[in-house]
Design a protein around this ligand. Structure first.
Ligand code: MN3
Length: 200
């Protein structure tokens, strides 16, 4: 398949003031598009691997030919991560559903979950992602470097935040903690609940 950029499921300014429209537009039309273009370029001479969706490629990285494996890992990962990220963002969705009970049970309270998730995001050195994953049925917070995705480690992401500087620098400059605080205002808990229920 030729990988393509899907439109966002909302307007670029839909997450204002927490995540600004300019950041969303550049992030989607330039950064995400670039990962897709480079993934397609890497797969160009490997028709067998053009048949698979990006999650399949990332769960079978070891079977991807060595010369293109880093490109599939990085750009395929970039495509998968951003495709995952956009739909889990929405303003004013209350913390609710099965996932709210599971988070409270796993971390003690929503506030403790936020503390742990924020600490993981703030202390992640360099570029990467912080995730809430289902690992053998249990909820865990984890981080990945660069554009690695938890599926490559047999874990199922249900929530994630992009902590690359390009995700927040225009509005928050170097203040990653403020960006993570803002992120908690735009989590689409309905979508996360859906992902949680199908991951169990
Ligand atoms: Mn990004």
């Amino acid at each position: 398949m030729i990988h393509k950029l899907e439109p966002l499921p909302y307007a670029y300014d839909a997450l204002e003031p927490h995540i600004d429209a300019m950041t969303m537009k550049i992030h989607h039309t330039r950064h995400h598009q670039a990962y897709i273009d480079k993934l397609n370029a890497a797969l160009q001479d490997h028709p067998k691997f053009q048949e698979f969706d990006v999650t399949t490629l990332l769960t079978h990285l070891k079977e991807v030919p060595e010369p293109i494996r880093p490109a599939v890992r990085n750009h395929g990962g970039g495509h998968a991560n951003h495709s995952f990220f956009w739909p889990i963002l929405k303003k004013e969705v209350p913390f609710s559903g099965e996932i709210s009970k599971a988070i409270t049970a796993a971390f003690g309270s929503y506030e403790k979950f936020q503390d742990n998730f924020k600490t993981a995001g703030v202390t992640l050195f360099g570029s990467g992602w912080t995730w809430l994953v289902v690992n053998n049925g249990a909820l865990e917070i984890m981080t990945t470097a660069n554009q690695d995705n938890p599926v490559s480690q047999r874990m199922t992401p249900i929530l994630g935040i992009d902590v690359w500087e390009h995700a927040y620098y225009l509005k928050y400059q170097n203040r990653r903690p403020d960006y993570i605080d803002a992120f908690f205002n735009v989590i689409n808990w309905e979508k996360v609940d859906e992902l949680y229920q199908s991951a169990r």
